[in-house]
Design a protein around this ligand. Structure first.
Ligand code: OFO
Length: 165
């Protein structure tokens, strides 16, 4: 694997672990606020991010590279209202999408075909993750300050199921 891409993959594995860590911190905050549905949704997101990190881990091994586990950035402790929190989720996913697209561009430039195929899954996944977060932000905007609205959305988020893959 080209050195530049190898470093990009190592850094992205770390970013995925940091995403997991961020969502678990958000889950902890929500549970403490009594927003149990939000907490549940974020815990599933945490698991998904761990899955993403492990995909990078396995891919590096398959390419003969030893995955390097680096220190993770400490996430925030408080995240504001549900609207503020989910806006941060959306912004974080947009940030990750930017990173994935840069990696994909690099894989094309360096003519690394397995990396391109691997990253294609993440391109699709990011589209889905952004769309899910955007839908929740939109609902929360419509709900505004209504405690009943937030209660009902929280109940809906409690129904999120873990994905198979
Ligand atoms: Fe949220 O998709 Fe990975 O980071």
């Amino acid at each position: 694997m080209h050195e530049q891409l190898r470093e990009g993959f190592q850094a992205q594995m770390q970013a995925e672990f940091e995403s997991a860590y961020l969502y678990l911190a958000m889950a902890s905050y929500c549970a403490h606020q009594g927003w149990m549905g939000c907490a549940h949704w974020l815990r599933i997101q945490w698991q998904e991010e761990l899955g993403h990190a492990l995909k990078f881990f396995e891919f590096l091994l398959d390419r003969g590279v030893q995955p390097e586990l680096r220190a993770l950035q400490q996430p925030a402790h408080a995240f504001g209202t549900p609207l503020e929190l989910f806006t941060k989720v959306l912004e974080h996913e947009q940030y990750i999408t930017g990173r994935i697209h840069r990696l994909y561009r690099q894989a094309i430039e360096l003519e690394d075909y397995p990396a391109q195929v691997f990253l294609q899954w993440f391109v699709d996944e990011q589209l889905e993750e952004e769309s899910q977060a955007r839908a929740i932000v939109e609902q929360l905007r419509q709900i505004g300050e209504s405690p009943v609205g937030i209660y009902l959305l929280d109940r809906e988020l409690a129904r999120r199921k873990a994905e198979e893959d």
